[in-house]
Design a protein around this ligand. Structure first.
Ligand code: LMR
Length: 336
Protein backbone atom coordinates (compact mmCIF):
# COMPACT_ATOMS: atom_id res chain seq x y z
CA UNK A 1 0.00 0.00 0.00
CA UNK A 2 2.68 2.36 1.21
CA UNK A 3 4.86 1.18 -1.56
CA UNK A 4 2.13 1.71 -4.15
CA UNK A 5 1.19 5.14 -2.95
CA UNK A 6 4.85 6.24 -2.84
CA UNK A 7 5.23 4.83 -6.32
CA UNK A 8 2.20 6.78 -7.49
CA UNK A 9 3.49 9.97 -5.88
CA UNK A 10 6.86 9.44 -7.42
CA UNK A 11 5.41 8.85 -10.85
CA UNK A 12 3.13 11.89 -10.45
CA UNK A 13 6.20 13.87 -9.42
CA UNK A 14 8.02 12.52 -12.45
CA UNK A 15 5.17 13.45 -14.75
CA UNK A 16 5.03 16.94 -13.27
CA UNK A 17 8.77 17.32 -13.82
CA UNK A 18 8.46 16.17 -17.38
CA UNK A 19 5.62 18.61 -17.96
CA UNK A 20 7.65 21.42 -16.46
CA UNK A 21 10.70 20.51 -18.51
CA UNK A 22 8.50 20.07 -21.58
CA UNK A 23 6.85 23.45 -21.25
CA UNK A 24 10.17 25.08 -20.50
CA UNK A 25 11.65 23.48 -23.61
CA UNK A 26 8.62 24.65 -25.59
CA UNK A 27 9.00 28.19 -24.31
CA UNK A 28 12.67 28.18 -25.20
CA UNK A 29 11.86 26.82 -28.67
CA UNK A 30 8.98 29.15 -29.48
CA UNK A 31 10.31 31.95 -31.64
CA UNK A 32 9.78 35.59 -30.77
CA UNK A 33 7.27 36.80 -33.35
CA UNK A 34 7.57 40.29 -34.81
CA UNK A 35 4.49 41.27 -36.76
CA UNK A 36 5.37 44.13 -39.12
CA UNK A 37 2.27 45.72 -40.56
CA UNK A 38 2.18 48.44 -43.21
CA UNK A 39 -0.15 50.01 -45.75
CA UNK A 40 1.87 50.13 -48.98
CA UNK A 41 2.93 47.66 -51.66
CA UNK A 42 5.94 45.31 -51.45
CA UNK A 43 7.58 47.16 -54.36
CA UNK A 44 7.90 50.49 -52.51
CA UNK A 45 10.87 51.55 -50.34
CA UNK A 46 8.98 50.63 -47.15
CA UNK A 47 7.71 47.35 -48.61
CA UNK A 48 11.22 46.41 -49.69
CA UNK A 49 12.66 47.40 -46.30
CA UNK A 50 10.20 45.21 -44.42
CA UNK A 51 11.05 42.20 -46.63
CA UNK A 52 14.79 42.79 -46.32
CA UNK A 53 14.42 42.94 -42.52
CA UNK A 54 12.49 39.66 -42.58
CA UNK A 55 15.16 37.99 -44.72
CA UNK A 56 18.14 39.14 -42.62
CA UNK A 57 16.43 38.16 -39.36
CA UNK A 58 15.80 34.68 -40.77
CA UNK A 59 19.43 34.37 -41.86
CA UNK A 60 20.96 35.64 -38.64
CA UNK A 61 18.53 34.74 -35.89
CA UNK A 62 17.30 31.46 -37.34
CA UNK A 63 14.56 29.95 -35.21
CA UNK A 64 14.78 32.50 -32.43
CA UNK A 65 12.91 35.35 -34.12
CA UNK A 66 10.25 35.16 -36.79
CA UNK A 67 9.22 38.26 -38.73
CA UNK A 68 5.77 38.29 -40.33
CA UNK A 69 5.19 41.07 -42.87
CA UNK A 70 1.66 42.26 -43.64
CA UNK A 71 1.68 44.75 -46.56
CA UNK A 72 -1.11 46.78 -48.19
CA UNK A 73 -3.24 47.31 -45.04
CA UNK A 74 -3.86 43.52 -45.00
CA UNK A 75 -3.64 43.35 -41.19
CA UNK A 76 -4.32 46.94 -40.07
CA UNK A 77 -5.14 50.06 -42.04
CA UNK A 78 -3.49 53.28 -41.02
CA UNK A 79 -6.35 54.33 -38.78
CA UNK A 80 -5.73 51.35 -36.52
CA UNK A 81 -2.08 50.36 -36.77
CA UNK A 82 -0.72 52.65 -34.07
CA UNK A 83 -3.35 51.47 -31.59
CA UNK A 84 -2.47 47.88 -32.47
CA UNK A 85 1.21 48.59 -31.74
CA UNK A 86 0.41 50.08 -28.35
CA UNK A 87 -1.79 47.08 -27.50
CA UNK A 88 0.99 44.68 -28.51
CA UNK A 89 -0.98 43.22 -31.43
CA UNK A 90 1.86 44.17 -33.80
CA UNK A 91 5.47 44.80 -32.87
CA UNK A 92 6.73 46.97 -35.72
CA UNK A 93 5.35 49.65 -37.99
CA UNK A 94 6.74 52.38 -40.20
CA UNK A 95 3.97 54.99 -40.39
CA UNK A 96 4.44 58.12 -42.41
CA UNK A 97 5.78 61.00 -40.31
CA UNK A 98 2.47 62.73 -41.04
CA UNK A 99 0.69 60.31 -38.73
CA UNK A 100 2.35 61.12 -35.39
CA UNK A 101 0.87 64.46 -34.36
CA UNK A 102 -1.18 62.81 -31.59
CA UNK A 103 2.03 61.54 -29.98
CA UNK A 104 4.41 64.43 -30.60
CA UNK A 105 3.38 67.67 -32.28
CA UNK A 106 7.00 68.50 -33.11
CA UNK A 107 6.97 65.72 -35.70
CA UNK A 108 4.60 67.86 -37.74
CA UNK A 109 7.76 69.57 -38.96
CA UNK A 110 8.13 67.00 -41.72
CA UNK A 111 4.80 68.08 -43.26
CA UNK A 112 5.67 71.77 -43.65
CA UNK A 113 5.44 72.54 -47.38
CA UNK A 114 8.69 73.46 -49.15
CA UNK A 115 10.74 73.08 -45.97
CA UNK A 116 13.30 70.67 -47.42
CA UNK A 117 14.91 71.29 -50.82
CA UNK A 118 15.40 67.60 -51.48
CA UNK A 119 15.91 64.19 -49.85
CA UNK A 120 19.58 64.96 -49.15
CA UNK A 121 18.46 67.82 -46.90
CA UNK A 122 15.94 65.52 -45.21
CA UNK A 123 18.79 63.05 -44.61
CA UNK A 124 20.94 65.70 -42.97
CA UNK A 125 18.14 66.85 -40.69
CA UNK A 126 17.27 63.30 -39.65
CA UNK A 127 20.93 62.63 -38.83
CA UNK A 128 21.25 65.81 -36.74
CA UNK A 129 20.88 65.85 -32.95
CA UNK A 130 17.44 67.42 -33.38
CA UNK A 131 16.34 64.74 -35.83
CA UNK A 132 17.69 61.89 -33.68
CA UNK A 133 16.03 63.44 -30.63
CA UNK A 134 12.63 63.03 -32.27
CA UNK A 135 13.17 59.26 -32.49
CA UNK A 136 13.34 58.98 -28.71
CA UNK A 137 10.70 61.61 -27.99
CA UNK A 138 7.73 59.24 -27.60
CA UNK A 139 9.14 56.69 -25.17
CA UNK A 140 6.88 57.92 -22.39
CA UNK A 141 3.95 57.07 -24.70
CA UNK A 142 5.28 53.54 -25.22
CA UNK A 143 6.78 54.12 -28.69
CA UNK A 144 10.47 53.77 -29.60
CA UNK A 145 11.72 55.14 -32.91
CA UNK A 146 14.32 52.82 -34.44
CA UNK A 147 15.17 54.90 -37.51
CA UNK A 148 13.92 56.99 -40.40
CA UNK A 149 13.08 55.43 -43.74
CA UNK A 150 12.69 57.48 -46.90
CA UNK A 151 9.97 57.20 -49.43
CA UNK A 152 10.37 60.40 -51.38
CA UNK A 153 9.20 63.86 -52.30
CA UNK A 154 5.46 64.29 -52.90
CA UNK A 155 3.83 65.21 -56.20
CA UNK A 156 0.39 66.76 -56.62
CA UNK A 157 -2.08 64.85 -58.75
CA UNK A 158 -5.58 65.86 -59.83
CA UNK A 159 -8.22 65.46 -62.48
CA UNK A 160 -7.35 69.01 -63.53
CA UNK A 161 -4.04 70.51 -64.67
CA UNK A 162 -2.32 72.28 -61.75
CA UNK A 163 0.23 74.85 -62.90
CA UNK A 164 -0.43 77.64 -60.43
CA UNK A 165 -1.75 77.67 -56.87
CA UNK A 166 -5.09 79.08 -57.98
CA UNK A 167 -5.69 76.01 -60.15
CA UNK A 168 -6.28 73.99 -56.98
CA UNK A 169 -9.11 76.22 -55.75
CA UNK A 170 -12.30 74.38 -54.88
CA UNK A 171 -10.86 70.92 -55.59
CA UNK A 172 -11.15 68.20 -52.96
CA UNK A 173 -7.81 66.67 -51.99
CA UNK A 174 -7.19 63.54 -49.97
CA UNK A 175 -4.77 64.14 -47.12
CA UNK A 176 -3.15 61.87 -44.58
CA UNK A 177 -4.27 62.27 -40.96
CA UNK A 178 -2.28 65.49 -40.50
CA UNK A 179 -3.49 68.93 -39.48
CA UNK A 180 -0.57 70.55 -41.31
CA UNK A 181 -1.52 68.89 -44.57
CA UNK A 182 -5.14 69.85 -44.04
CA UNK A 183 -4.06 73.47 -43.58
CA UNK A 184 -1.83 73.29 -46.64
CA UNK A 185 -4.86 72.71 -48.89
CA UNK A 186 -6.96 75.25 -47.03
CA UNK A 187 -4.30 77.85 -47.90
CA UNK A 188 -4.96 77.04 -51.55
CA UNK A 189 -8.69 77.44 -50.93
CA UNK A 190 -9.07 73.78 -51.78
CA UNK A 191 -10.99 71.27 -49.66
CA UNK A 192 -8.88 68.72 -47.73
CA UNK A 193 -10.33 65.34 -46.77
CA UNK A 194 -8.54 63.12 -44.29
CA UNK A 195 -8.78 59.58 -45.58
CA UNK A 196 -6.90 56.36 -44.87
CA UNK A 197 -4.48 55.20 -47.52
CA UNK A 198 -6.47 52.07 -48.42
CA UNK A 199 -9.44 54.22 -49.46
CA UNK A 200 -7.62 56.61 -51.78
CA UNK A 201 -7.93 54.77 -55.10
CA UNK A 202 -11.66 54.40 -54.76
CA UNK A 203 -12.01 57.95 -53.50
CA UNK A 204 -10.27 59.26 -56.61
CA UNK A 205 -12.16 56.92 -58.91
CA UNK A 206 -15.60 57.84 -57.60
CA UNK A 207 -14.88 61.57 -57.26
CA UNK A 208 -15.17 61.69 -53.46
CA UNK A 209 -11.85 63.50 -53.90
CA UNK A 210 -10.38 65.09 -57.03
CA UNK A 211 -6.72 65.00 -56.16
CA UNK A 212 -4.00 63.80 -53.82
CA UNK A 213 -0.31 64.18 -52.92
CA UNK A 214 2.02 61.20 -53.05
CA UNK A 215 5.54 60.15 -53.95
CA UNK A 216 5.89 58.40 -57.34
CA UNK A 217 6.24 54.95 -55.74
CA UNK A 218 2.82 55.20 -54.11
CA UNK A 219 1.18 56.73 -57.21
CA UNK A 220 2.49 53.85 -59.28
CA UNK A 221 1.98 50.88 -56.94
CA UNK A 222 -1.56 51.93 -55.98
CA UNK A 223 -2.38 52.73 -59.62
CA UNK A 224 -3.48 56.28 -58.76
CA UNK A 225 -2.17 57.33 -62.19
CA UNK A 226 -5.06 55.39 -63.73
CA UNK A 227 -7.55 57.72 -62.08
CA UNK A 228 -5.66 61.04 -62.20
CA UNK A 229 -5.28 62.83 -65.54
CA UNK A 230 -2.53 65.17 -64.36
CA UNK A 231 0.47 64.90 -62.09
CA UNK A 232 2.35 68.08 -61.24
CA UNK A 233 5.98 67.40 -60.39
CA UNK A 234 5.90 69.75 -57.43
CA UNK A 235 8.29 68.06 -54.96
CA UNK A 236 6.56 70.31 -52.43
CA UNK A 237 7.03 68.14 -49.37
CA UNK A 238 8.44 64.88 -48.12
CA UNK A 239 6.83 61.55 -47.33
CA UNK A 240 9.11 59.65 -44.99
CA UNK A 241 8.61 57.12 -42.25
CA UNK A 242 9.60 56.45 -38.68
CA UNK A 243 10.28 52.81 -38.02
CA UNK A 244 8.77 52.21 -34.59
CA UNK A 245 8.32 49.47 -32.05
CA UNK A 246 6.42 48.96 -28.82
CA UNK A 247 8.75 50.07 -26.00
CA UNK A 248 7.72 47.30 -23.60
CA UNK A 249 8.26 44.64 -26.26
CA UNK A 250 11.63 46.05 -27.30
CA UNK A 251 12.97 46.51 -23.78
CA UNK A 252 11.79 43.02 -22.85
CA UNK A 253 13.80 41.29 -25.59
CA UNK A 254 16.86 39.23 -24.59
CA UNK A 255 19.88 41.54 -24.79
CA UNK A 256 21.66 39.54 -27.52
CA UNK A 257 18.54 39.46 -29.70
CA UNK A 258 18.03 43.19 -29.35
CA UNK A 259 21.66 43.84 -30.27
CA UNK A 260 21.40 41.63 -33.35
CA UNK A 261 18.12 43.27 -34.41
CA UNK A 262 19.64 46.73 -33.95
CA UNK A 263 22.52 45.81 -36.26
CA UNK A 264 20.16 44.39 -38.88
CA UNK A 265 17.98 47.49 -38.74
CA UNK A 266 20.98 49.73 -39.27
CA UNK A 267 21.84 47.81 -42.42
CA UNK A 268 18.25 47.79 -43.68
CA UNK A 269 17.81 51.50 -42.99
CA UNK A 270 20.92 52.37 -44.98
CA UNK A 271 19.76 50.18 -47.85
CA UNK A 272 16.18 51.55 -47.89
CA UNK A 273 17.47 55.11 -47.88
CA UNK A 274 19.94 54.35 -50.69
CA UNK A 275 17.28 52.63 -52.79
CA UNK A 276 14.37 55.03 -52.26
CA UNK A 277 15.41 57.50 -54.96
CA UNK A 278 15.95 54.79 -57.55
CA UNK A 279 12.59 53.18 -56.78
CA UNK A 280 10.79 56.52 -57.16
CA UNK A 281 12.66 57.32 -60.40
CA UNK A 282 11.78 53.88 -61.77
CA UNK A 283 8.09 54.33 -60.90
CA UNK A 284 8.00 57.86 -62.33
CA UNK A 285 9.23 56.44 -65.62
CA UNK A 286 6.68 53.61 -65.48
CA UNK A 287 3.89 56.19 -65.07
CA UNK A 288 5.19 58.16 -68.05
CA UNK A 289 5.34 54.93 -70.06
CA UNK A 290 1.76 54.06 -69.11
CA UNK A 291 0.72 57.29 -70.83
CA UNK A 292 -2.50 57.78 -68.86
CA UNK A 293 -1.51 61.00 -67.04
CA UNK A 294 0.11 64.16 -68.26
CA UNK A 295 3.18 65.06 -66.19
CA UNK A 296 3.38 68.80 -65.56
CA UNK A 297 6.76 70.35 -64.82
CA UNK A 298 6.81 73.71 -63.05
CA UNK A 299 8.96 76.64 -64.10
CA UNK A 300 11.13 78.07 -61.27
CA UNK A 301 8.73 81.05 -61.11
CA UNK A 302 5.68 78.80 -60.79
CA UNK A 303 7.39 76.80 -58.06
CA UNK A 304 8.10 80.05 -56.19
CA UNK A 305 4.42 80.94 -56.46
CA UNK A 306 3.42 77.65 -54.84
CA UNK A 307 6.02 78.17 -52.13
CA UNK A 308 4.72 81.67 -51.40
CA UNK A 309 1.09 80.54 -51.38
CA UNK A 310 1.85 77.83 -48.83
CA UNK A 311 4.25 79.76 -46.63
CA UNK A 312 1.56 80.88 -44.12
CA UNK A 313 1.24 77.24 -43.03
CA UNK A 314 4.63 77.51 -41.30
CA UNK A 315 3.53 80.40 -39.08
CA UNK A 316 0.36 78.58 -38.08
CA UNK A 317 2.29 75.60 -36.75
CA UNK A 318 5.44 77.30 -35.49
CA UNK A 319 4.10 77.32 -31.92
CA UNK A 320 3.39 73.59 -31.90
CA UNK A 321 6.56 72.54 -33.71
CA UNK A 322 9.03 75.04 -32.25
CA UNK A 323 10.84 77.82 -34.10
CA UNK A 324 14.26 76.37 -33.20
CA UNK A 325 13.43 73.02 -34.73
CA UNK A 326 12.26 74.70 -37.95
CA UNK A 327 15.53 76.66 -38.02
CA UNK A 328 17.53 73.44 -37.61
CA UNK A 329 15.66 71.89 -40.51
CA UNK A 330 16.22 74.93 -42.73
CA UNK A 331 19.93 74.77 -41.94
CA UNK A 332 19.98 71.25 -43.38
CA UNK A 333 19.21 72.70 -46.83
CA UNK A 334 22.43 74.63 -47.02
CA UNK A 335 24.69 72.17 -45.25
CA UNK A 336 25.37 70.17 -48.41
C1 LMR B 1 -0.33 57.82 -47.11
O1 LMR B 1 -1.25 57.60 -46.30
O2 LMR B 1 -0.48 58.46 -48.15
C2 LMR B 1 1.05 57.27 -46.82
O3 LMR B 1 1.34 57.50 -45.48
C3 LMR B 1 1.11 55.82 -47.12
C4 LMR B 1 2.48 55.29 -46.86
O4 LMR B 1 2.66 54.59 -45.87
O5 LMR B 1 3.36 55.58 -47.69
Amino acid sequence: MFHTSLGRSLSLFGAACMLAVGSHAMAADAPIVIKFSHVVADSTPKGQGALMFQKLVKERLGDRVKVEVYPNSSLYGDGKEMEALLLGDVQMLAPSLAKFDKYNEALQIFDLPFLFDDLAAVDRFQASDEGKGLLTSMEDKGIIGLGYWHNGMKQLSANKALHEPKDARGLKFRVQASNVLEEQFKQLRAVPRKMSFAEVYQGLQTGVVNGAENPWSNIYSQKFYEVQDYITESNHGVLDYMLITNAKFWNGLPQDVRTELTGILEEVTTEVNDQARAINDRDRQAIIDAGTSEIIELTPEQRDDWREALRPVWKKFEGQIGADLIKAAETANSAG
